[in-house]
Design a protein around this ligand. Structure first.
Ligand code: UD1
Ligand code: CA
Length: 490
């Protein structure tokens, strides 16, 4: 990010302060079940993310591909954290450095050679203690904390050695199958490549997500062998090992296949994003946001929106955007890391890393580049571009104006076609226009320059010198009328 002047640094700090005030979802309130959550706090999540993801055909490691503003593995990490797993363990291998650089708030273990899901969990052995272990995959971004919570409750109540999350699939090809006995209890999991005619037709599949009793998992991992079709250490084999030790094992079936949907290629990434987008928009609508066309509204998971906000079609709300009550957004607007106070209206505009004060209108067709702080009841009209600037309360730039590196006070009127000439070919300079100034149409302000309080700048003037308080600055060639000139020509 190119920034000039230290005001930007100040504003940026302010921006970060705003973000740190965001209140994260308190799952205890949502579930109102302190008892279960206290148990959950003793769960360690192990997220498998060492695989290559060949079918993405990408330079980026598979789990770093994004949907709704976060990478797949970040969505999984957040679901684990929402149920109380602090600092999940992420098993990395392919593209380990890139994954480590992109993800924070977790502990990493390296699986140098990928020898199967059981082998991946073995790498996290030092973290397997008395508590329970939740195993998740970095490429199943739609798993929700609500589902995990339900599953954990089931796991705890049954006192099982392991509980596996399953689902019925019409086409179970490629997945491990759940083998149940006559009583309907799970006995083991058979990998697709190890199925026979009888087991091939089983529709109940293994999602690859489990809650394990820590000590039992630790013991089982020691007994794993790679004596199978793929010569891999299968985590699934831990189930029958634990069962053979005399502990209960259980399957927890979900009827929502999205929860366990794995992403292997860009088509599935788009399908998963579509499901997640619907979930996000739905959540906002149920919390009091009016969305005119939910299917044509794109909101990142990280965006916060207050009630009574109206969102018109074609809007893209990204990053750490925060939108306060009664704002009207759109149509066709993109806001990334924007903070919009109450009652702001934005039409067909782009707002990036900027704060907009209460009751201000933006657009149509305005472009707010990073680093602006705009006051209350201001107007940023059509074809106005602004960057790295402060713009005071009740000030107006109604049309066709460029405000770069400016400090504009309150009650200032910028006429049509005003240009802040901020760049001298080497560096960016600031322009100050103090309170109550009137800047006529087509004025150039050649920075660095200051216009003191209450001054008028005549239309067409190029301002190169500071203007004292309450003055008129006029700098244009005197007009001369040559009467009868046209007639003479003819
Ligand atoms: C696994 C399960 C299968 C289940 C399926 C669900 C086993 C043996 N099989 O099969 O029963 O139906 O998931 O999708 O567990 N990974 C590592 N290191 C490795 C191997 C895998 O980190 O050495 C990670 C991968 O990055 C991926 C996850 O583990 O995120 C699953 O690996 P994958 O190879 O896709 O497992 P499957 O063979 O599909
Ligand atoms: Ca897989």
């Amino acid at each position: 990010m190119v920034c000039s002047g230290n005001t930007y640094v100040l504003k940026y700090k302010w921006f970060v302060d705003c973000l740190s005030q965001i209140v994260y979802i308190d799952m205890k309130k949502i579930y109102n079940r302190g008892d279960i959550l206290n148990n959950v706090c003793n769960v360690t999540a192990v997220i498998l993310a060492a695989g290559e993801g060949k079918r993405m055909y990408s330079k980026l490691p598979k789990v770093l591909h994004k949907l709704c503003g976060l990478s797949m593995v970040e969505h999984v990490i957040n679901s684990a954290k929402e149920i109380g797993c602090e600092e999940p363990i992420v098993v990395v291998g392919h593209g380990a450095d890139k994954v480590k650089a992109a993800v924070s708030g977790v502990r990493f273990v390296l699986q140098e050679v990928q020898q199967g899901t059981g082998h991946a969990v073995m790498q996290a052995e030092e973290y397997i203690n008395d508590g329970d272990i939740l195993v998740l995959y970095g490429d199943t971004p739609l798993v929700s904390s609500a589902k995990l919570m339900e599953m954990y409750e089931f796991h705890k109540q049954g006192g099982y050695g392991v509980t596996v999350l399953t689902a019925d699939y019409e086409d179970p090809t490629g997945y491990g199958r759940i083998l149940r006995n006559k009583e309907g209890l799970i006995e083991s999991i058979v990998e697709d490549k190890d199925t026979d005619q009888e087991t091939k037709v089983i529709k109940e599949i293994n999602s690859g997500m489990y809650f394990f009793n820590g000590p039992q998992l630790k013991k089982a991992l020691k007994k794993l062998t790679n004596d199978n079709a793929q010569k891999e250490y299968y985590l699934t084999d831990c189930l029958h090992i634990i069962r053979a030790e005399g502990y209960g094992i259980a399957a927890f079936k979900t009827d929502d296949p999205a929860e366990i949907m794995g992403v292997n290629n860009k088509l599935q990434l788009a399908e998963a994003a579509d499901i997640m987008r619907k979930r996000i928009v739905r959540k906002h609508m149920l919390a009091g946001v009016t969305v005119i066309d939910p299917g044509n509204t794109y909101i990142d998971k990280t965006v916060k929106i207050a009630r009574d906000v109206t969102i018109y079609p074609g809007c893209i709300l990204e990053g750490n955007t925060i939108i306060d009550e009664d704002c009207i957004i759109g149509p066709a607007s993109r806001i990334r890391d924007g903070i919009l106070d109450k009652g702001v209206s934005v039409q067909n505009s782009v707002i990036i890393e900027s704060k907009v004060g209460e009751g201000t209108t933006v657009g149509p067709f305005a472009y707010l580049r990073p680093g602006n702080v705009i006051g209350k009841h201001a107007k940023i009209g059509d074809f106005v571009e602004m960057k790295n600037s402060n713009f005071g309360d009740n000030s107006k730039a109604s049309h066709l104006t460029y405000i770069g590196d400016g400090d504009v006070g309150s009650n200032v009127n910028l006429g049509c076609g005003v240009v802040f000439v901020n760049y001298d070919g080497k560096k960016k300079n600031r322009t100050t226009v103090e309170d109550d100034c009137f800047v006529g149409c087509n004025v150039n302000l050649v920075a660095p320059v200051t216009v003191k309080k209450g001054s008028y700048l005549a239309a067409g003037t190029t301002i190169t010198k500071d203007v004292p308080e309450d003055s008129l600055a006029i700098g244009r060639a005197k007009q001369e009328n040559k009467e009868g000139w046209v007639k003479k020509l003819k």
